[in-house]
Design a protein around this ligand. Structure first.
Ligand SMILES: NC(=O)c1ccc[n+]([C@@H]2O[C@H](COP(=O)([O-])OP(=O)(O)OC[C@H]3O[C@@H](n4cnc5c(N)ncnc54)[C@H](OP(=O)(O)O)[C@@H]3O)[C@@H](O)[C@H]2O)c1
Length: 243
């Protein structure tokens, strides 16, 4: 299948590691140019090194999504882009951090991208949510509440922006990335990690690439009739019916 991404440009927030890095590479493998941001320059450099030779051009800058003015200024000096992937989360149990980064900074970043996307004929926003948005999480209610709020915002944004921009959410399940959240649990608390594996019917966590492939398809012209959707990529680990 031709995804129709050759020559388009995607912007990914938080593209230097984990799911964001896998999304960046998957876009570039399809001939889509990618610009990503993250904060740590050494990790940006390592990521850029690993994307050399891919069909799509990858570039990046050190920008913190929580610095709203700097982020908007950065977006507006980029060449025109077609696809926006808000991927950064504070990954925090702290209410203030979850609301500031996962909700306010993500809304601000997305709103800053909208006028630029409106100029593209293939415009798409694919938000990286989480299955946590629809699960009771006594240990991290702020994270789940932030993800639920953003899934709601993205659905409203879809209604607001169609037919000019397709807006969707991909909600990953537990995802094992090198040096990521679950990798640290795997190394430091094997019993807790075993429980996370056990709650996944496939007997393992997702790879970042398994999430990225769905994000890239959903963001591509090949998914031209998918809008306002929230696709769970959770390995069947959610047991309730999503109607
Ligand atoms: N991992 C999972 O199991 C899982 C499951 C469901 C959903 N998700 C969602 O997937 C997304 C990515 O998670 P992940 O696990 O892949 O995270 P990760 O491995 O920790 O990667 C986060 C990326 O974002 C960058 N970043 C963090 N804060 C930033 C900020 N304020 N401004 C700019 N860049 C920032 C990081 O680089 P710097 O630190 O250098 O800035 C890094 O490139 C999140 O939305 C998360 O909620 C993850």
């Amino acid at each position: 299948m031709n995804l129709g991404l050759t020559g388009l440009t995607a912007v990914v927030t938080g593209g230097s590691s984990g799911i964001g890095a896998a999304i960046t590479k998957a876009f570039a493998a399809e001939g889509c140019h990618v610009v990503f941001c993250a904060r740590d320059q050494s990790r940006i450099d390592a990521m850029l090194e690993s994307t050399q030779g891919l069909p799509g051009r990858v570039s990046a800058d050190a920008v913190d999504v929580n610095d709203h003015d700097a982020f908007a200024a950065w977006l507006h000096q980029l060449p025109p882009f077609d696809i926006f992937i808000p991927n950064v989360s504070a990954l925090s149990v702290d209410w203030r951090k979850a609301m500031e980064t996962d909700v306010q900074a993500t809304v601000n970043a997305t709103e800053a991208a909208v006028p630029i996307l409106m100029k593209s004929k293939q415009a798409a926003i694919t938000y990286i949510g989480s299955k946590a948005g629809s699960l009771a999480a006594p240990g991290s209610p702020a994270y789940g509440a932030a993800k639920a709020a953003m899934a709601h915002y993205m659905k409203s944004l879809s209604a607001r922006l169609l037919p000019a921009v397709r807006v969707n959410t991909v909600s990953p399940g537990d995802t094992l990335a090198e040096n990521g959240l679950w990798d640290k649990v795997r190394i430091n608390d094997p019993d807790a990690y075993a429980k996370v594996v056990a709650r996944n019917p496939l007997g393992r966590l997702a790879t970042p690439e398994e999430i990225a492939r769905v994000v890239v398809f959903l963001s591509s012209p090949a998914a031209s009739f998918v809008a306002g959707a929230n696709w769970y990529v959770d390995g069947g680990s959610i047991n309730h019916v999503q109607v």
